[in-house]
Design a protein around this ligand. Structure first.
Ligand code: FAD
Length: 275
């Protein structure tokens, strides 16, 4: 049986970016993804780009899932978006709270992703397959690790079908998170989100923002490479392939790649994994 992988893209901001992403997608279709997902900017800048990119992917013959964040949204605005998604033939959504850019306050009629999941189920029944976010290393705003697990379970109880994790480099955190869910009789699949390492500064910046820990030995190695991109990529390929191998050996239900709209790193990892 083939091992399921999914691929994540962000909506391009320019016509040139859109053209480049089309080429990237064509290269990555060789990996036969189960679906591709497209992020959604809670601040508003890329929201229409999400639907546009998802529509293109569907037209290319691949199942596609828009991310949908509820922060700053009203029930009516989400209802309209769900109708637009259904009309576009979308059957799968990654349902999130999201983060507003600083200065936007909170606003809106939803506080947590669990409320969005419950709302989608109450409005559209089982029409959409719903994925939600999971945080093996604990969401940065969580009151405690336990309350973060509670928050994930609340999303499952509201009707989520599966989880996709924030990226991590520590497989034990993932196995512990899933072990705790199983101990509490929550059996939804939790797919690890994997971030290929291609640039040290970009990785440090993202990880600080989203609370993903870069282990000290990885951080120091990356710093030591300076701007030697070839060495960063070679090292990153080794580290991330090892991580994926460990996860597969531990029985993960699939792998979700944060492609960063680039094909080379994800392709190299999958080739090494024999996928
Ligand atoms: P929630 O599950 O609502 O959790 C948010 C915080 O609230 C957590 O700290 C949780 O512990 C806490 N919490 C939840 N419920 C309760 C409760 N009842 N009481 C008290 N505390 C509670 N962001 C984007 O803007 N666009 C994207 O496209 C996007 N895609 C993502 C895809 C994946 C796979 C992942 C892992 C993250 C993605 N993000 C995206 C980032 C995400 O939006 C942020 O991490 C955001 O801060 C939290 O969203 P959430 O859906 O996990 O929120």
């Amino acid at each position: 049986m083939t091992f399921p992988i999914s691929l994540e893209y962000f909506p391009p901001k320019t016509a040139e970016g859109a053209e480049k992403l089309r080429a990237v997608r064509q290269q990555l279709y060789a990996l036969k993804p189960e679906f591709c997902s497209v992020t959604f900017g809670a601040g508003g800048s890329t929201q229409d780009g999400t639907l546009q990119t998802v529509t293109e992917i569907l037209r290319e013959g691949c199942p596609a899932a828009p991310h949908l964040s509820c922060i700053g949204q009203t029930r009516e605005s989400i209802r309209e978006r769900l109708a637009a998604y259904a009309a576009a033939g979308i059957r799968r959504i990654v349902a999130l709270r999201g983060d507003l850019p600083s200065g936007y306050g909170l606003g809106g009629e939803f506080r947590y992703a669990s409320e969005l999941v419950a709302f989608i189920r109450s409005e559209t029944g089982r029409q959409f397959h719903l994925e939600v976010a999971a945080y093996p290393e604990v969401h940065p705003q969580a009151k405690s690790p336990d309350s973060d697990i509670d928050a994930f379970i609340a999303k499952c109880e509201a009707g989520a079908d599966a989880g996709i994790t924030q990226y991590f480099f520590n497989a034990d955190a993932y196995f512990r998170f899933v072990g705790e869910l199983r101990r509490r009789n929550v059996n939804v699949p939790v797919v690890p989100g994997i971030m290929p390492i291609t640039s040290s500064t970009q990785l440090m910046r993202f990880s600080d923002a989203c609370g993903a820990e870069i282990p000290r030995w990885i951080r120091l190695r990356l710093q030591a490479f300076g701007d030697d991109t070839a060495s960063i990529r070679a090292f990153g390929l080794d580290v991330v392939t090892d991580l994926c191998e460990r996860l597969r050996a531990g029985g993960v239900p699939g792998i979700h790649f944060y492609t960063m709209n680039q094909s080379a790193a994800t392709t190299d990892i999958c080739r090494r994994l024999g996928l």
